[in-house]
Design a protein. Sequence first.
Length: 194
Amino acid sequence: MNSIKNTFATTLAAASALALVACAPDADTDDAMVADETAMADEATAPDTIVAVAQGDENFSTLVEAVTAAELGETLSGEGPYTVFAPTNDAFGKLPDGTLETLTTEDTDTLGNILTYHVVEGSIDAATLTAAIADAGEEGYEINTVNGGTLTAMMDGDAVVLTDATGGTARVTATDVEASNGMIHAIDTVLMPQ
């Protein structure tokens, strides 16, 4: 009788194990689901494009208006990577009265030229930029912009200062704002090409 109970218990345990295995989800399916969930989480936390990041920061609302007027939104939302020295609203406020309105409504070609003067190919973070300035020496580090002009970057204490083609300067006030297609550094003055 004891032998029958042991056989019955063993059979019941084996049947239960088979049932659990049959009901268990496929390991490959679990791995795929975890991979999908991880990809969705990474996508949800990934930074937006340069334009989307600027749109999400009220300090760049004037820049966003200018980019829209110059029809550069699609370009700056493209693959890149780009580094943008982005004038803040206060920087645009330093322009002579009426200048911005004229550029955004009547002279969008000039506006596009000015805006692309603030854009550099490649993603350059602050550490890379300051190292390049240090390596360049007293003359400063020359940066080629996408409009074909150049900026000169130098250090003033701990701050990076950019000199434009007209001799005007802009101080970098915030660095390393990451975007999916590059990097944004805020500046306090609109830079002017030749």
